[in-house]
Design a protein around this ligand. Structure first.
Ligand code: FDP
Length: 345
């Protein structure tokens, strides 16, 4: 009997499809001493739900899942049917896996206790971000943060398990449903991006070790609220214009953030009259993107304080957000007036 060692094919006849998300997660598990595989499984559960949400979003115009659901969420925002569907999909995936004990979702007033006291992890999630863009076929996203519970497993969940600062995240990521669907995540050892290959039903590593440019020439802000900005903020945006930066604002945080992360730029959502503490939610929007930003060499601040160090006090707490290329964020911060007392969100 003849036995030969395996020689990878060099002919180029069948191109390599690359590293799947599953394999990558498994390979990276060894980055964590004593890892038991639960976080890896949790990331895989999120990826599965993302594939399902991707399927729903891509047929949004065809099936009866577009438009408003007819209810408002705890933020007072009108829920779209796809917001509700995405929430159900992620809740289901996270509750079935067994690794999670509690979920904070944009679409739920309260913390959802999964009654799984053996679950080590708490997930904060915005199941479908940028939902005003769903019906007009523009990029939308999912944002998630994963925390390890503070109290011992086996006991009921407590406030300290939920109200953790962003520095405590063990992993965070987003899914961008755009011209292609991408999942980008970090476990605190750099940032990696995966593109969904629809025909194979798999995410493949497409953007290894993402490094954000230190500087950029794109600013992303809703200029319609300009009259409500504080003077320093106005002055910074004026400077962006003087420097002939490009204005790019999709109105989907994930999409605006992703573009600026890859190309260099800054996304800003300041305090306004309507949203005196800013619009974006700390627990399930700002924190996840701030961790990714920092892991990729970019930064995130509320104008005066590093986002990751803000101690949350309420579930749906809002924060101003300045996030993107580190030099741009630093420059913007220098314009902010940090002596004014901030209103409670
Ligand atoms: P949306 O309300 O459509 O869900 O998360 C909130 C968010 O979108 C962000 O994705 C987006 O960047 C921002 O709000 C848009 O707000 P404005 O319409 O006030 O600009």
């Amino acid at each position: 009997m003849k036995i030969l060692p395996y020689q990878p094919d060099q002919s180029g006849l069948a191109y390599s499809v690359g590293t799947t998300l599953d394999r990558f997660i498994k390979l990276k598990q060894s980055d964590f001493p004593f890892a038991s595989g639960e976080l890896s499984q949790l990331l895989r559960d999120i990826a599965l739900a993302a594939k399902i949400v991707n399927r729903e979003t891509t047929r949004a115009g065809l099936s009866n899942i577009g438009g408003a659901f007819g209810q408002v969420n705890v933020q007072g925002e009108e829920q779209q049917k796809l917001d509700v569907i995405a929430n159900i999909r992620f809740m289901r995936a996270l509750s079935k896996g067994g690794e999670v004990c509690a979920i904070v979702s944009e679409e739920e007033d309260a913390v959802i206790d999964l009654q799984n006291t053996s679950g080590k992890y708490v997930v904060a999630i915005d199941p479908l971000d940028g939902s005003s863009n769903i019906d007009v076929n523009i990029s939308i996203g999912t944002i998630f943060s994963i925390y390890r519970r503070k109290t011992p497993t086996g006991s009921p969940i407590q406030v300290e398990d939920i109200m953790q600062a962003g520095t405590e995240q063990v992993a965070a990521g987003y899914v961008l449903y755009g011209s292609s669907t991408m999942l980008v995540y970090t476990t605190g050892c750099g940032v990696n991006g995966f593109t969904y290959e629809q025909s194979l039903g798999e995410f493949f590593l497409s953007h290894p070790n993402i490094q954000a440019p230190k500087n950029g020439e794109i600013y992303s802000v809703n200029e319609g609220t300009q009259k409500e900005w504080e003077e320093g903020f106005k002055a910074y945006i004026d400077q962006c214009k003087e420097k002939r930066y490009s204005a790019r604002y999709i109105g989907s945080l994930v999409a605006d953030f992703h573009r600026n992360l890859l190309k260099g730029g800054i996304y800003l959502y300041p305090a306004t009259n309507k949203n005196p503490s800013g619009k974006l939610r700390l627990l399930y929007e700002a924190n996840a993107l701030a961790l990714i930003a920092e892991q990729a060499g970019a930064s995130a601040t509320d104008g005066c304080q590093r986002i990751l160090e803000i101690q949350p006090t309420t579930l749906h707490q809002r924060t101003p957000l300045l996030i993107g290329s580190s030099d741009m964020v630093k420059e913007a911060e220098a314009f902010m007036n940090c002596s004014v007392e901030k209103p409670l969100s």
